[in-house]
Design a protein around this ligand. Sequence first.
Ligand code: GSH
Length: 201
Amino acid sequence: MKLYYSKGTCSLAVRIALHEIGIKAQYEAVNLKIKQTESGKDFLKINAKGAVPALELDNGEILTENAVIQQYLADLHHATTVLPEVGNFKRYRVLEWLNYVSTEIHKGCGALFHPKIPQTVKDEVFIPMLKAKFDYLDAHFANSPFLLDHFTLPDGYLFVILSWLPKFNIDINDWKNVSRYITDVKNRSSVKAALQEEQLL
Ligand SMILES: N[C@@H](CCC(=O)N[C@@H](CS)C(=O)NCC(=O)O)C(=O)O
């Protein structure tokens, strides 16, 4: 299988999951601005949505959507530590967080990247909305080492999104428990390996 990725973007969450589960994969970088892969392919022919991550399976199928790719990988390899089996209620706790990270935290950052949204709107509307979510996470991490009681799929994903905060001049040290969580996740060997591969460490 091959992961189409772009350095430091949300596709890094899939790379972390691949390492955490222990799956060997190929990787091909995508230039998102021109929608071209490093081997010169038109990325829009691979994923018409133009976004990473996109996972190419050995049968040629392309699977997109971060939260779904991660579930597929865990299920395929029976990686029940990071995603419990169907029917186990703990699975739905993991999916509850995966959905929250995807729809609230990841997409909550979307407006901050938009070049046409004025900075004042970002400062007065979008950043406060995001900060309220960090308050929620901070309270959660006061009593929990990870999103759940051990590292599961959404932790790698949340870690990646939180790594973008300096770009928006948000200081994570304002949230002590989130800050501790980031350090703990960063120390995992799967996360270190993924960061090293993308030359982010
Ligand atoms: N719904 C997609 C969104 C993925 C996404 O937002 N990817 C960003 C990188 S973090 C991207 O490729 N943006 C380029 C674009 O959409 O043109 C998912 O959850 O995987």
